[in-house]
Design a protein around this ligand. Structure first.
Ligand code: ATP
Ligand code: MG
Length: 553
């Protein structure tokens, strides 16, 4: 396992410290329990960093990866593989084998039988509508099902026949016998098994009854010897049921459920269901579209795993509901890349520069550092010849002093190369500039802007022939509003410029760029080669993040 930065203290660590001090536990055991019904997102990353992070920080502690796969209809083996990859990429490794709730179907069934035998569960034949009616409301108590007091033997027989496939979906269910008058709706004889004639990605067609989440989760935790079962706040009112189930079956382990607030992030959806809808409606290209807040999307976009771990650490773990600024996630990415991303030059909107006083057939191999502050990253070679490309936005025929780039009649420094002066422009019939004719000063190579020449501006460039053509996918946030989850029509709040594709050039050598490893394209932003679409013949770079947070400012 990657050694990950120790997390800061929080209320969960305080509980654990106390449990270790009092001897309640000798060591702790957590789990991360995703439902394999989509790819994991930034919210899951918070839970992963919390659960696996605790296992790293406490001695002899373990964290399981358990697929919570009790709903065969929405789940898929492809998602299982994607989730494993995401957890590992984030830098974590689970204890022992992967677990599946479905591994415990036989045990869960036996515990359900035990509940029936102890008069703690019964087979109910109310239909869905009746069940709802009998449940009551938040302000009125429920009504007991007419099947509630049927003989134990009858429930045992019916439950066995449910399993054998004798009854149709929805005709029967197994319910815990708790309290129809409980102020907690979850305790009003909750359903614990239902009939579903569905193929399951792990158990195939073996089962036609499936246990419900609340029954499954606590027992799975107990079977695995979990000590602290961490989940998000919406499970707070499930906790009495969690405890009830474990108190009423013959299992020794009694894990403790602790809730923390989920991560909400500005301009971001954190619900697999809603993210799936974006895919279904072709708003994005898939789970790993670089605009998605999924772990696979962020990876493809070039976010380093360490920056996501750092973000999780900074947001902390509390019980307060809040929404985190997207800027703080991007700041973590930028800080990491500022220190670690090699520098390179890319011209995204090219215009040609001709150095009139540079020899026709000459090419120099200029040397530039891969990183201005980290010599260990070595150097790179930049071919330089008579014809270059610069960005269109870096030249003006006229400009005031604030514009520190190339202006007709004035000088500018080419990054890692010479000072040039714009002498003339050539335009096409429509008036567009096609060439900028310049002169260069051979004495200025490699000197920095304080070499005595009053040249303030520095612009980037690539050689016009010794380069690589590249496609640039410039990503912006996907939504125009801070809380897209509240939008009535999601189409209305999609940022039409969340992806802008441009064609340009990168410096030679970037044909070998490793996918997902970002470069800083000087003055342009952080970009990485796309893991799906970039090939040496057709380079594609994703913009990971801009150099600065310029949104709305
Ligand atoms: P979704 O609504 O996206 O499907 P979920 O909670 O249903 O989310 P699960 O796969 O069941 O997804 O979640 C696995 C674990 O991740 C759970 O323990 C859950 O509490 C946690 N988790 C999910 N979303 C967040 C979030 N936004 N912040 C923190 N933890 C989260
Ligand atoms: Mg879920």
């Amino acid at each position: 396992m990657t050694q990950v930065e120790t997390g800061p203290s929080n209320f969960i660590r305080n509980i654990i410290d106390n449990d270790l001090e009092t001897g309640k536990h000798q060591s702790i055991h957590t789990r991360f329990p995703p439902e394999p019904n989509g790819h994991l997102h930034i919210g899951h990353a918070k839970s992963i960093c919390l659960n696996f992070g605790l296992a790293q920080d406490y001695s002899n502690a373990l964290c399981n990866l358990r697929f919570d796969d009790t709903n065969p209809v929405k789940e898929d083996a492809d998602y299982v593989a994607a989730i494993e990859e995401d957890v590992r990429w984030l830098g974590f490794e689970w204890a022992g084998d992967i677990h599946y709730s479905s591994d415990y179907f036989e045990q869960l069934y036996a515990y359900a039988v035990e509940l029936i035998e102890n008069d703690k569960a019964y087979v109910c034949e109310l239909n869905a509508e009746q069940t709802r009616e009998y449940r009551g409301t938040l302000t009125s108590s429920g009504k007991e099902s007419p099947f509630r007091n049927r003989p134990i033997q009858e429930s045992l027989d019916l439950f066995a026949r449910m399993r054998a496939g004798e009854f149709s979906e929805g005709s029967m269910m197994l319910r815990a016998k708790i309290d129809m008058a409980s102020p907690n709706m979850k305790m009003r004889d909750p359903v614990i098994y239902r009939i579903r004639f569905a193929h399951h990605h792990q158990t195939g067609d073996k089962w036609c009854i499936y246990p419900m989440y609340d029954f499954t989760h606590c027992i799975s935790d107990a079977i695995e010897g979990i000590t602290h079962s961490l989940c998000t706040l919406e499970f707070e009112d499930h906790r009495p049921l969690y405890d009830w189930v474990l108190a009423n079956i013959s299992i020794a382990c009694k894990p403790r459920q602790i809730e923390f607030s989920r991560l909400n992030l500005q301009y971001t959806l954190t619900s697999k269901r809603k993210l799936n809808a974006l895919i279904e409606e072709n708003i994005v290209a898939g789970w790993d579209d670089p605009r998605m807040p999924t772990i696979s999307g962020m990876r493809r976009r070039g976010y380093p795993a360490a920056s996501i771990r750092e973000f999780s650490k900074r947001i902390g773990v509390t019980k307060q509901e809040n929404t985190v600024e997207l800027a703080s996630l991007e700041a973590c990415v930028r800080e990491n890349l500022e220190a670690n991303a090699p520098r390179a030059m890319a011209v995204i909107d090219p215009v040609k520069v001709i150095i009139s006083n540079y020899e026709n057939d000459k090419t120099e191999q200029l040397i530039a550092p891969a990183h201005p502050k980290d010599e260990s990253m070595g150097t790179r070679t930049l071919p330089f010849s008579r014809e270059l490309l610069i960005d269109r936005a870096d030249f003006r025929e006229e400009a005031n002093k604030k514009y520190k780039r190339l202006v007709l009649g004035k000088e500018v420094r080419l990054r890692n190369a010479y000072v040039i002066k714009a002498e003339d422009v050539i335009k096409d019939e429509a008036g567009n500039i096609t060439e900028i004719h310049c002169s260069y000063d051979p004495e200025t190579l490699g000197k920095n802007p304080s070499d005595g020449r009053k040249v303030k501006g520095v612009i980037h460039w690539v050689d016009a022939t010794s380069n690589e053509a590249a496609e640039f996918r410039v990503y912006e946030r996907l939504f125009l509003v801070e809380n897209p989850a509240a939008a009535e029509d999601i189409h209305q709040v999609i940022n039409p410029e969340s992806l802008v594709v441009k064609q340009g050039f990168v410096e030679l050598g970037l044909a070998e760029a490793v996918a997902e490893k970002a470069y800083q394209f000087e003055r342009e932003g952080y970009f990485c080669a796309d893991s799906k679409d970039s090939t040496p013949q057709h380079l594609v770079f994703n913009r990971t993040v801009a150099l600065r947070d310029s949104w709305g400012g």
